[in-house]
Design a protein around this ligand. Structure first.
Ligand code: AMP
Ligand code: MG
Length: 495
């Protein structure tokens, strides 16, 4: 066992420094026939684990939850949350068990959690299990985000259980071995707040020590913490908006205070662009539509700020104005990041007046024509500053319209004011406009194939998603938008 390195996570998680109301001690429930479906070798290396040894049956037994490493004390974490705006005081890990924490080679501490590991005290009516399809989708999503350079939880492995889950039809069961900077959510603060100021303070102190130890020396550590989380969240949501990502279920219990994308359920990368796009089958009101995400992130941060009010100032009005200033920081940071990112996507190296309008005009044209979000920016990256035959590949994504021609002319005029060489501009655009994102029909196709034992689509996708800014001509099909008969417009929670 020691050779697998899994002993490294057989520890008492630092999370246990928190009072017992924050978690429940629970062991994973064994499964009948665990088999390793996928192992994330690059991530294993980053964590300092021996990837080959992780394929041993003994290690696979640990990854499936059949065997806890000696000395490990697995936990299910308690949290609350606002789900679609309504407060639920007690949620918690209903189908996930924190196996332990591990220090990576980079010196960062991470949680290793088994998702789908059986019932916990927080399971309510759920079975504690996960079907293979959503496990494969979450595995791919984490790798897609990591490849794009967007903070995310990632899968170290996926294991099939040999058991059946009913959703409501029978599906093969699986366990996702999820690695996260931590699993502390805004909902964890909402849970603590119900237990009073002391509990919130303990949690805030733990978050500072774990995620931002420098803040302990700030003039006002708790205000600094709220600012810090607001900043990370702004950067995260801006990066989502710049790749056409829709989280789909931005409930406060699905928002990490470490600024990572977490809980891939009904998420999607848009194919055809429209700002109001919704994929989630349960999001009938469009609360979590693509263009609502910055507003919802601010709403979620306001819920976080409310839990922290007693820590933000002795006087109520001081505390409230500190909270407001963090929310303003969120709005400023989001807008700055988003505007700068859009400018880069259209090839501008310096920011000038009118740039935001120029980018907005392209998005408006894309929305009108239903152009593919990813391909529109990728193909724009190949256009030169003079009209050329390459223009046609870009035009083909739109129905021909005078507005598009007018936009191309203004864009080229604006490029004329750039000091950068045109080939450098194209290379810089290709470095921010991916050729590959995890399109929903591809994720579903890979999940279906994996369920019948065919790993090739998943492996092919992982190859392009780990390096999404290169063209990969031999796997170019994975960059293609869905044909009308392949398009999927609804996604589902993993429950
Ligand atoms: P999610 O929609 O995945 O964010 O889950 C919302 C809540 O439901 C969390 O507390 C989960 O732990 C819980 N949950 C989801 N699926 C299950 C399941 N199959 N069994 C038990 N709890 C679940
Ligand atoms: Mg969740």
């Amino acid at each position: 066992m020691s050779t697998t390195g899994l002993q490294l996570i057989a520890n008492k998680p630092t999370y246990r420094r928190l009072p017992e109301v924050f978690y429940a001690r629970v062991d994973p429930t064994p499964v009948s026939a665990p088999e390793l479906l996928a192992l994330n070798r690059p991530l294993a290396r980053q964590l300092g684990l021996d990837a080959d040894a992780l394929t041993d049956p003994e290690a696979v037994a640990v990854l499936a939850g059949n065997r806890s490493p000696v000395g490990s004390e697995p936990l299910a974490l308690a949290y609350a949350g606002h789900q679609f705006g309504a407060f639920v005081p007690k949620l918690g890990d209903g189908r996930a068990v924190l196996l332990g924490e591990i220090m990576g080679r980079d010196g960062a501490r991470r949680d290793v959690q088994l998702k789908g590991a059986g019932k916990t005290p927080y399971s309510r009516r759920g079975d504690g299990r996960a079907p293979l399809g959503p496990v494969v989708r979450e595995y791919l999503a984490g790798e897609a985000m990591a490849g794009l350079g967007i903070p995310t939880t990632r899968a170290l492995a996926a294991v099939t259980t040999g058991e059946t889950v009913f959703r409501p039809h029978p599906e093969p069961g699986a366990v996702l071995v999820r690695v996260a900077s931590s699993h502390i959510r805004i909902g964890t603060f909402e849970y603590a707040a119900q237990r009073g100021e002391g509990a919130v303070r303990l949690l805030a102190d733990y978050v500072i020590s774990r995620h931002a130890p420098d803040l302990a020396d700030a003039g006002h550590p708790y205000r600094a913490l709220l600012d810090h989380i607001a900043t990370l969240t702004a950067e995260l949501v801006a990066s989502w908006m710049l790749v056409g990502f829709i989280h789909g279920v931005m409930n406060t219990d699905n928002i990490s205070v470490a600024g990572e994308t977490i809980d891939y359920g009904p998420f999607a990368f848009m194919d055809r662009y429209h700002p109001r796009t919704v994929f989630s089958s349960i999001d009938t009101g469009g609360r979590y539509a693509f263009n609502q995400q910055p507003r919802i992130a601010a709403w979620n941060l306001a819920r976080l700020a409310e839990t922290m009010l007693p820590l933000l100032g002795d006087r109520q009005d001081d505390a409230v104005s500190a909270a407001e200033s963090s929310l303003e920081r969120f709005a400023d940071r989001f807008q700055t990041r988003y505007d700068a990112g859009l400018g880069q996507k259209i090839g501008l190296s310096e920011q000038r007046a009118g740039d935001a309008e120029l980018a907005a005009a392209l998005l408006a044209e894309m929305a009108r024509a239903g152009a593919d979000y990813t391909l529109a920016f990728r193909r724009l990256s190949n256009l030169s500053h003079e009209p050329s035959p390459a223009d046609d590949g870009f035009r083909a994504l739109f129905d021909s319209a005078p507005e598009l021609e007018a936009w191309l002319s203004s864009w080229r005029e604006r490029l004329g004011a750039e000091t950068r060489r045109d080939d450098e501009r194209r290379a810089a655009m290709r470095a921010v406009n991916p050729a590959f994102v995890l399109r929903t029909h591809l994720a579903d196709g890979a999940a279906t194939a994996a369920a019948r034992g065919d790993r090739k689509p998943m492996d092919d996708l992982l190859a392009v998603l780990s390096d999404p800014f290169s063209d990969h001509p031999e796997l170019g099909d994975y960059g293609r938008p869905p044909a009308p008969n392949e398009a999927i417009t609804r996604t589902f929670c993993g429950t």
